[in-house]
Design a protein. Structure first.
Lengths: 382, 97
């Protein structure tokens, strides 16, 4: 039996950020449990992009605050390697007039929140990424402070900093049940131990719904497979992430030199499947050959899949719940948990330690889905 | 020979010294070490380095090499040019039309 002030389920980027921020705020006896190896879940499978160009105010705010942290992460976390934060922007292509109109609105919203996005015509976009097929889009938006962070190294930076502050980590250990008595959490039972605690943070990513089910808290999220591929290494040839929602592609060259690219599967069904398919490879190859023909001359060397944990409005749930005291959750990031992780950990710390929560953050509460009314929906998703 | 001069993963230029430092930090599975050092992520997909790392882990943990789990094998078996896949896929689409 281990006595814990909180058990964090999931050592992905959200759990790591929360553990670090809670420990920094002075919490002791924090235990993080993960059923697999380091970054085995969505964090280690993600596209490594970090952007602020969103269509909802909430996502813009979360993204901007997180980008600010990435800029000081090496220093604050005293990381002796480098998280590889590269700010060469995101170039988002509009391919239809509806999309072009929507992007006008997005830029206005982003600018009003201090995000320096600009709208570009085809010529302007080609100045930034000269090898774009000029016939594949009609306009674009560009934010130069968007970019890339290495998910493995960012995770390690948080992990080492949290360990230094006394956080205990338990990998290859799976949570089997959570005992609740008289409306209060009593303990967490895993495949290896029993943790006596009255607080649990559900940061289980693709499996966060199942963790909620363990204590009878219904979380309106589901998981779906998103596939991705990596090419061989090439000389630096593309600064920004190139993305199109209508053409269904994101593609960036990471500092290592390889290109990462992914797309969503319009026929995906809710499941924990994370396998690779021929269909993905065919469609991805066709799209990249059309939009970025120079990049298509590279060899693909590996493909894999990972779970998007999708919420009804494609915005995260960072919240406590009136259904169970001491139960907290960070889930439903809909494919963007990595880039929102810094602010996620800070907000969870405020919620768990009952500090004053910034006004905007109340909208991240799970109760916004109580009456099945969705007021805002994030469309800017691949 | 100096451990720094013994290359374990030639795709990603990782030395024996790097692998041993990683083991000392507590990363003791092939999957963990892959994510920290990029071993096995290059064009050969671990065909050269994975069994060497398996042996290093076995030695470090004092267990048999067979008991150290191999990394997950992912597609593709060998590198293929993206536009070649696209051409083939478009040809097949046309055939099916």
């Amino acid at each position: 039996m281990i006595s814990a002030s909180i058990v964090i389920i999931g050592a992905g980027i959200s759990g790591l950020s929360a553990a670090y921020n809670l420990a920094k705020a002075g919490m002791k006896d924090i235990h993080v449990i993960d059923k697999g190896y380091f970054t085995n879940g969505s964090t280690g499978r993600c596209g490594a992009g970090v952007r602020q160009q969103w269509a909802t105010k909430l996502n813009c705010i979360l993204a901007k605050k997180s980008i600010e942290f990435f800029g000081r992460a090496n220093e604050e976390l005293e990381y002796d390697k480098d998280i590889e934060f590269k700010q060469e922007g995101y170039l988002i292509l509009a391919t239809t007039s509806e999309e072009d109109e929507q992007f006008e609105k997005n830029v206005k919203l982003q600018n009003s929140l201090g995000i320096e996005t600009v709208k570009l015509n085809v010529e302007g976009a080609l100045k930034i990424v000269p090898h774009l097929n000029p016939n594949s889009f009609i306009s674009a938006t560009f934010c130069k402070t968007d970019g890339h962070v290495n998910p493995f190294l960012m995770s390690e930076a948080y992990y080492l900093a949290a360990r230094k502050l006394g956080v205990s980590f338990h990998f290859y250990e799976e949570v089997k049940s959570i005992e609740v008595k008289d409306g209060i959490i009593v303990s967490v039972l895993t495949t290896k131990d029993v943790y006596k605690t009255d607080k649990v943070l559900n940061a289980a990513g693709g499996y966060s719904k199942e963790i909620g089910d363990m204590v009878g808290v219904e979380i309106p999220v589901f998981s779906e497979n998103h596939e991705i591929l990596v090419t061989e290494r090439a000389k630096p040839m593309q600064g920004p992430m190139v993305m199109s929602f209508s053409k269904n592609i994101y593609c960036q060259q990471v500092p290592h030199g390889s290109f990462l690219m992914g797309r969503s599967n319009p026929n995906a069904v809710a499941s924990h499947d994370i396998s690779s398919s021929w269909g993905f490879l065919d469609e991805m190859s066709k799209t990249v050959t059309h939009i970025l023909p120079e990049v298509a001359k590279l060899r693909v060397i590996r493909t894999w899949g990972g779970s998007y944990n999708v919420s009804p409005d494609r915005q995260p749930i960072i919240s406590d719940t009136s259904q169970l005291k001491g139960f907290y959750m960070a889930c439903g990031f809909s494919g963007h948990g990595f880039m929102f992780a810094p602010i996620t950990g800070e907000l969870l710390t405020e919620i768990i330690l009952r500090k004053d929560l910034d006004e905007y953050a109340h909208d991240l509460h799970i109760d916004r889905f109580k009456d099945n009314v969705i007021t805002e929906f994030e469309h800017s998703v691949v | 020979m100096n451990e720094k001069d013994i290359i374990i993963c030639r795709c990603e230029d990782v030395s024996l010294a790097d692998v041993r430092a990683c083991l000392d930090q507590g990363y003791t599975t092939v999957e963990d070490i892959k994510r920290i050092l990029r071993v096995g992520m290059g064009p050969c997909q671990g065909q050269t380095c994975s069994h060497l790392i398996q042996a290093e882990i076995a030695r470090y943990l004092k267990v048999s090499k067979e008991s150290v789990k191999f990394q997950k094998t992912r597609p593709l078996v060998t590198g293929v040019v993206l536009e070649d896949i696209a051409k083939q896929a478009i040809d097949e689409d046309e055939k099916n039309d």
